[in-house]
Write a protein that binds this ligand. Sequence first.
Ligand SMILES: NC(=[NH2+])NCCC[C@H](N)C(=O)O
Length: 303
Amino acid sequence: MIEELIQKAKILQSALPYIRKFYGKTFVVKYGGSAMLEESLRESFAKDVLLLRYTGIKVVVVHGGGPQISAALEKFGIKSTFVGGLRKTDQETMHVVEMVLSGDINKDIVALINKHSGEQIYAVGLSGRDGNLIRAKKLNKEEYFREIGLEVPREDIGFVGEVLSVNTHLLQALMDNGYIPVIAPVGVGEDGQAYNINADIVASEVARYTKAEKLLFLTDTEGIKDKDGKTISSLSREEAYRLISEGTIKGGMIPKVKSALRALQEGVGKVHIVDGRIPHSILLEIFTEEGVGTEIVNQRSMD
Ligand SMILES: NC(=[NH2+])NCCC[C@H](N)C(=O)O
């Protein structure tokens, strides 16, 4: 019996090098996919985020919500139209996007975390319109589609936005006082207009502006795969670019990985792509040497 307990103590102790290294650092977590939909995964996500925060890591959560938006639009009898992977967002659609993202999903995640939070730490929900957190403008369609190698569509895609800046002052003030900011990927235009922004890109920009130690994407894949479909454990920035140009990383993954690479280049320590379908994958990635997903680093160590 005591042997088992000692074994447990050893497991806890093996986290010390990482706790020491990441104490006081900022981690930005993009939360989406199954980890957001399935009840038991939701619970373990909330507890893992709290464990990180209670060990002294400042955590920011950015969530998505594509499937829920589509479901709500259908309920209201509004047709979902996608142009090159982007949701065409007219004023009416934007209204529903904001209801679902900033209203429904955001508050659900906040409540989920706060259910387990104890008395020291609390999650606080924000949309990019709160405190002008995410200033945005209409997406530069030409640039966006050229970057992913698709023909630029003629059609107007409405209020789909791109990030101009992030109010880090607000985030720091919250994090320094023990709060966990939970961000809905809605930006605010100069005239107060709401913009619908890809959550992966918002997460990358938040990481870049806060000079985060880590940017973690919880996805429904095992990680980035090589040509043979094998998950790559560690990738350098160069190698990631090569996988894009070879066509191994493709489609909607390109703007995500590219914005993540830009974050890396501008001071973010590491980017991790983690399988959100595995319970506690965040803890496994952060507190073990081998991790469970793909890490992207500026330079790979020569071991
Ligand atoms: N996919 C991987 N190779 N992950 C390694 C993670 C190493 C360490 N836990 C970190 O967070 O930096």
